[in-house]
Write a protein that binds this ligand. Structure first.
Ligand code: SF4
Length: 123
């Protein structure tokens, strides 16, 4: 059995959770200091299936603009993020682009789309 302290970031209260868990069984044995049930879901996801919003940049084919900020539309598997960023760096886009434009669908079979974080009209 392992023990871990983690801050739940689901709401601004930020409970400091104390979790006892079995990694091999992906099971929470006990959870303390959570003020609501969402703390359990947060601890479960964070321990056994951690995800993060991915942010990076891609190359713009333009004389005036070099890089476009992009992000994942939903949190991506944390263990995949480094490899995803390397692959995203290979993407090149042409202007114009609008915030929210989808640049890649189901990127690397993660179920995550890569979208533009900015609007750039000028060529
Ligand atoms: S456990 Fe509940 S009250 Fe505490 S930070 Fe998480 S969501 Fe908020």
């Amino acid at each position: 059995m392992k023990k871990k302290k983690m801050t739940c970031i689901t709401c601004p209260i930020g409970c400091l959770l104390e979790v006892d868990y079995e990694l091999t069984k992906k099971e929470i044995i006990s959870l303390k200091s959570n003020q609501c049930k969402k703390g359990y879901k947060f601890a479960q996801d964070e321990l056994f299936d951690p995800k993060r919003i991915l942010t990076t940049t891609v190359k713009i084919n333009s004389r005036f603009f070099k890089r476009l900020p992009v992000r994942s539309n939903i949190p991506a598997p944390k263990g995949m993020i480094e490899r995803m960023v390397k692959e995203i760096k290979k993407i090149q886009i042409n202007l114009p682009v609008k915030m929210g434009d989808v640049l890649a669908i189901n990127f690397m079979d993660t179920g995550v789309n890569i979208i533009s974080s900015a609007t750039i009209e000028q060529q």
